[in-house]
Design a protein around this ligand. Sequence first.
Ligand SMILES: [Zn+2]
Length: 258
Amino acid sequence: MEEGLKVTFLGTGTSQGIPVIGSTHPVCLSDDVRDKRLRVSVLLQWGEYHFVIDCGPDFRQQMLTHEVTRLDGILFTHEHSDHTAGLDDIRPFFFRQGDIPIYAPKRVVKSLKRRFDYIFQEKDRYPGAPSVAINYVEKGKDFEVGDRTVTPIQVMHNRLKVFGYKIGGFTYLTDVKSVEEEEFKKILGTKVLVVNALRIEPHHSHFNLEEALSFVEKVKPQKTYFTHISHLLGFHGEVEKSLPKNVHLAYDNLVIEL
Ligand SMILES: [Zn+2]
């Protein structure tokens, strides 16, 4: 494993975030800061490089909180809004740096082109519109970001193909319900695993807590952090206490170093 990878959890919440607007659920009313979860994303830093995985609706706030002044690229897992809706807010980075590299499979780029047509428009561009440099991600094809190699891991979010990413000993998998054997093999040897654990009850497109724990048993990483958490998982403090050694709930602004 390459040294010096710093991972900051920018958001660890499911699609609505926690608290959910208007909710009176006890977890949504919790005073524990670890129960406040923005939409899911991580910042990866090494040397001078800064990459994010996904760019959800809380992207702007996340960049301000962590005083990120340079962005070398965005790796997208899939096109759902909680992972993409903040794309317009790359503007300050674009104004300083020029086209911002994005890494995504064809289907996701197609969806981004539809939803952010002005970003991809070639003629008569609006002067303030940001622009991106597209890098296509394909199953089975490693790619370089900065001076490091990324292995895409294709996982299933119910019937939707989603990419997770492995960089050295770090693997990030969100919005997973199942993983085919061929792709699973690529995860083995991971030292730090981040994977989704949505809630206690089963869900059609996400691991619940029990499924996430049995996935950890199979991968056997040194350390695991659960993310993409719903208020229905329970209070951070209580769930954290119930987990096996070396398995933790991630929380917003948690920083880990590999
Ligand atoms: Zn999601």
